[in-house]
Design a protein around this ligand. Structure first.
Ligand SMILES: [Zn+2]
Ligand SMILES: [Zn+2]
Length: 397
């Protein structure tokens, strides 16, 4: 299979992918509520004569049976949900969200359009495909428990006998025509915690008659900063961030409680467990020493995205051939954002990579989840051709 043919075909179908992306961008839906989006995708798949399965109530899987007999099963994954964000942006005026307060600010509209482009390319060479290709249009990437997790829990993919899974994310830090990848750890596991520090409210001028949860909160926050510096192995990346703190009502009132929300980013479950225990121990210690009380909740999020070596090599080889070696960036370090693609990798070999989609001129260099997040639509030609080509890469015995 000559991958350059896919590149030419993808360029020819660029306009169609742009139309799909803009339609989805105009009609974003929140995680697990992607009903219209799903109907739209199902219709497109049927137009291309692809069988559609719906193991979950939103999202779907397109099944393409190759013309060459084989028991190979290759899965390609796109996510389809939008975010609760009011979007802005002068480069997307023509297709701004019609659904107030909801927007595709993580590029999942682009992932879907790109994947539908890959479906078209592969449907045109059906006879040359060995085995089965599954096109996963996954709901709920942005919200726990994660659509990837729910899909894995249905057993659908296990039943199909998936041999390898590939996925991508639009990436504002590189231009269209470039990709970035890493073997092994690529993205962190994002876990969340919530702390409530309970004191005793009173007059600000009589602190001795109150238990001040604001002082407790300040101690907890500064002490948990020592977890990464003193308790985590210094060769291992980890982050503890308190992202929200809420307490108090006036300058002269000691409040009864303070609430805090935060996130923990790690790569190993054991490290996340250790940090979880340390945060609780510090919170408990401070609350008890102050004569107050506390509640502590820790939500395990997605596992880390760890790329299977040979699958990552397949992506790199494909991209070298399609884009040229100079456009394939190997990341020195993993990034601390999370992705529920990780759930598939707990079950099957797989690789996830970043598709360059950022260019100043098209206002597409904003970071993920920024209200102005945009993608440079030139990335479709590259993305669709890459995804289609991956189907022809070897799977080790
Ligand atoms: Zn996102
Ligand atoms: Zn995303």
């Amino acid at each position: 299979m000559e991958f350059s043919k896919f590149k030419k075909q993808a360029e020819a179908h660029q306009g169609e992918m742009v139309d799909i992306r803009r339609h989805l961008h105009r009609n974003p839906e929140l995680s697990y509520q992607e009903h219209e989006t799903t109907s739209f995708i199902v219709e497109k798949l049927k137009e291309l004569d692809i069988t559609v399965d719906q193991p979950l109530s939103t999202g779907c899987v397109g099944v393409l049976e190759g013309g060459k007999d084989s028991d190979k099963v290759i899965a390609l994954r796109a996510d389809i949900d939008a975010l609760p964000i009011t979007e802005e942006g002068k480069h997307k005026e023509e297709f701004l969200s019609d659904n107030p307060g909801i927007a595709h600010c993580c590029g999942h509209d682009a992932h879907t359009a790109n994947m539908l482009g890959a479906v078209r390319l592969l449907s045109e060479v059906r006879d040359q495909i060995e085995g089965i290709v599954l096109f996963i249009f996954q709901p709920g990437e942005e919200k726990l428990p994660g659509g990837g997790r729910l899909l894995c829990e249905t057993g659908y993919l296990q039943e199909k006998g998936v041999d390898v899974i590939y996925g991508l994310h639009s990436y504002p830090g590189l231009e269209p025509g470039q990709i970035a990848i890493r073997k092994g750890a690529l993205m962190a596991r994002p876990d969340e915690f919530a702390i409530e520090l309970i004191g005793k409210g009173g007059h600000a001028a009589s602190p001795h008659e109150a238990v001040d949860p604001i002082v407790m909160a300040s101690q907890v926050i500064s002490q948990i900063q020592t977890i990464v510096s003193r308790s985590v192995n210094p060769t291992e990346p980890a982050v503890v961030t308190v992202g929200k703190i809420n307490g108090g009502s006036a300058h002269n009132v000691i409040p009864a409680k303070v609430e805090m929300l935060g996130t923990v980013r790690t790569f190993a479950k054991e490290t996340a467990d250790m940090i979880r225990d340390r945060i609780e121990a510090i919170t408990k210690g401070v609350a008890e020493a102050s004569g107050g009380a506390y509640t502590f909740d820790f939500d395990y999020g997605y596992p880390a995205v760890i790329n299977t070596e040979w699958a990552a090599e397949n992506v790199m080889d494909t991209a070298d051939e399609l884009l040229g070696k100079q456009n394939v960036k190997l990341l020195d370090e993993p990034i601390m954002a999370g992705e529920d693609f990780a759930f598939y990798q707990q079950e099957f070999p797989g690789a996830f990579f970043f598709l360059g989609s950022g260019r100043e001129e098209t206002g597409s260099t904003y970071s993920w989840h920024h209200p102005q997040y945009n993608i440079d639509e030139d990335c479709f030609a590259t993305g669709a051709a890459l995804m289609a080509s991956l189907v022809f890469q070897p799977i080790p015995e």
